[in-house]
Design a protein around this ligand. Structure first.
Ligand SMILES: [Fe+2]
Length: 356
């Protein structure tokens, strides 16, 4: 075995004779040995060289074995330390073990006893290192698995949304386009990255509740009757209900349930409104009212959804131009749409080079 692969033992003892004997015997037993006469030299050596195990004399001039043990544990916690003592004082041994020594041997050292102790200490060290490595990889593995599960879930949901849209040539690609536009608005409004991630999911799923709506009504090539419109309106509530058991994030669920709410409170299903409250009173009723307001991300989704609906062909009308759709958004600022959100969208269109 090359020296590099051998277990390296540092022998620290103030008696040169003991250092030499131990070094010779352990080298013949297959270890690679280093020696130091005191704690100071030992620490210097450990700085420049690797050691797997230290045989540490308890009684030395200068720094005691106990003090050196403390230094080694602090700076090199992966090194196994076996104390070598001439006096078998039970209390002292207990203290050394408490301070992190793996084992102790009594002088004069018997080779068999020492080899047994070294074997045990190295095995314990191996298990500790392995366990740490396992923990580290376990955390990485859990993170990777969580990511995979999330991705698989997203893929499944996206397929579901695609399957839903495939039934209807008019809404083909709607969810994807709405997501892209809502994300662009969110970026324009400097929303936080985790909010944007939520918008991505909500955008893909916002119309998933249409699964529960009659296909004949969804594809009706004419304007809907009031009853039919009421039936279609149920899709945002149904979507929220379908996803509640699998999506725990309240903001995402709120975006799906409320993507047809109006800024002025005249939308559906709950008549929530947007914009800041006129006064912050701090009382619980006011806080509750605030929690019932439309969030900026819901309002971004609502603008994106309406814009895409306007600019694509529908069974009962052709697609509107970008200019006409923007004029519509401007007209409904403060009514259906949040003014700041519409402004952000228009800015985004300008930056994207789309004429408005
Ligand atoms: Fe919708």
């Amino acid at each position: 075995m090359s020296n590099e692969n051998k277990v390296k033992i540092l022998i620290v003892d103030d008696e040169a004779g003991i250092r030499d004997v131990l070094s010779r015997k352990l080298s013949s037993a297959g270890f690679q040995c280093l020696t130091a006469p005191d704690g100071k030299d030992a620490m210097k050596l450990l700085k420049s060289d690797r050691a797997d195990l230290v045989l540490l004399d308890v009684t030395m001039p200068g720094k005691s074995g106990a003090a050196v043990l403390k230094d080694i544990r602090k700076k090199y916690p992966d090194i196994a330390v076996i104390m070598v003592t001439a006096v078998a004082d039970v209390q002292m041994v207990i203290n050394l073990m408490k301070a992190g020594a793996y084992d102790y041997v009594i002088k004069p050292v018997e080779l068999n006893v020492l080899l047994f102790s070294i074997g045990r200490a190295l095995e314990k060290r191996r298990l500790i290192l392995e366990n740490r490595e396992y923990q580290l990889h376990l955390e990485q593995k859990v993170a990777q698995q969580t990511d995979k599960i999330r991705q698989a879930f997203l893929n499944a949901i996206t397929s579901l949304a695609n399957a839903l849209e495939a039934k209807d040539k008019y809404t083909h690609g709607h969810s994807k386009r709405v997501t892209e536009t809502a994300v662009a608005i969110a970026r324009e409004m400097a929303m936080a990255p985790d909010t944007i991630e939520k918008i991505e999911l909500a955008g893909l799923l916002h119309d998933i509740g249409k699964i529960g709506i009659s296909e004949a009504i969804l594809n009706k090539p004419a304007k809907l009757t009031p009853e039919e419109f009421q039936h279609v309106q149920l899709h945002s509530e149904i979507g929220g209900r379908i996803l509640k058991p699998i999506i725990k994030d309240k903001e995402i669920l709120a975006m799906i349930r409320h993507h047809h709410e109006y800024y002025d409170g005249s939308g559906y299903p709950d008549g929530l409104s947007g914009g800041p409250l006129t006064q912050e009173t701090g009382d619980p009723a006011a806080a509750k009212a605030k929690s019932k307001r439309l969030s900026p991300c819901t309002m971004a989704l609502s603008v994106a959804d309406a814009y895409d609906a306007m600019t694509t062909d529908r069974p009962y009308r052709p697609a509107m131009t970008t200019e006409a759709a923007c004029a519509e958004l401007e007209r409904d600022k403060g009514k259906q749409f949040c003014p700041d959100t519409v402004d952000a969208f228009v800015r985004h269109l300008g930056k994207a080079g789309k004429t408005i």
